[in-house]
Design a protein around this ligand. Structure first.
Ligand SMILES: [Zn+2]
Length: 203
């Protein structure tokens, strides 16, 4: 099962260039080479981040389940401009319109299945990561962002009344900084919370 999250692990200084992806300076006379240890460490940090952020969103959304119902949130939206439809590409290929709670249920089940799949997220230290590893982490990140976007747009007042505002903001800030450092989310995806994301990255 998932491990308990540790927020302290994810305090990064955002870098506009994504520091983990900038090649180190090349010693004179040597060709570029991929440092395999660095590459594996990068994967392990992405792996760890995916697990922790999944747990955080799961806990946050869990406090809203009695308020986020099919009757109150008939579609998975982020404000009036953005609406998300569900498809996992396997059992549901054509995107379907579902309520927000159903979407989040599909999404969390899908992410948990990915995280539990040892061919994608190997548990053994010496097991290799698959070639599509970062693509999977990117899809997980994109989908977790949508839950944050829905919470901020549709349930922020409830979050305030539950006194969870500071916790939500802290979790989202760590999430954004991690996504930015590892370049896990396309800028266009961030549009529903653009101003908030900008304010985090400019801190
Ligand atoms: Zn909702």
């Amino acid at each position: 099962m998932m491990e308990v999250l540790n927020l302290g692990d994810y305090c990064y200084t955002p870098s506009p260039h994504g520091t983990m992806h900038v090649p180190r300076s090349r010693p004179q006379g040597q060709k570029w080479s991929l440092d395999i240890t660095e590459a594996v460490n990068l994967r392990r940090r992405e792996h760890r981040g995916a697990v922790d952020f999944f747990n955080q969103v799961n806990l946050l959304y869990g406090t809203l389940t009695e308020f986020c119902k099919a009757s109150t949130c008939p579609t998975m939206s982020a404000g009036s401009k953005y609406e998300y439809r569900w498809a996992d590409g396997i059992t549901i290929k054509k995107p379907i319109e579902v309520s927000a709670p159903k979407y989040v249920e599909y999404l969390m089940d899908w992410i948990e299945a990915q995280l539990d799949d040892e061919s994608i997220f190997p548990q053994k230290l010496d097991a290799p990561f698959p070639p599509n590893f970062q693509d999977v982490v990117k899809t997980i990140s994109k989908r977790l962002f949508r839950v944050y976007a829905h919470i901020y747009h549709s349930h922020f007042q409830k979050i305030v009344s539950l006194k969870e505002e500071a916790h939500l903001n802290t979790c989202f800030k760590h999430f954004v900084l991690f996504m930015w450092e590892f370049r896990l989310i396309d800028k266009g995806e961030l549009a529903p919370l653009y101003e908030l994301v900008e304010s985090i990255l400019q801190c």
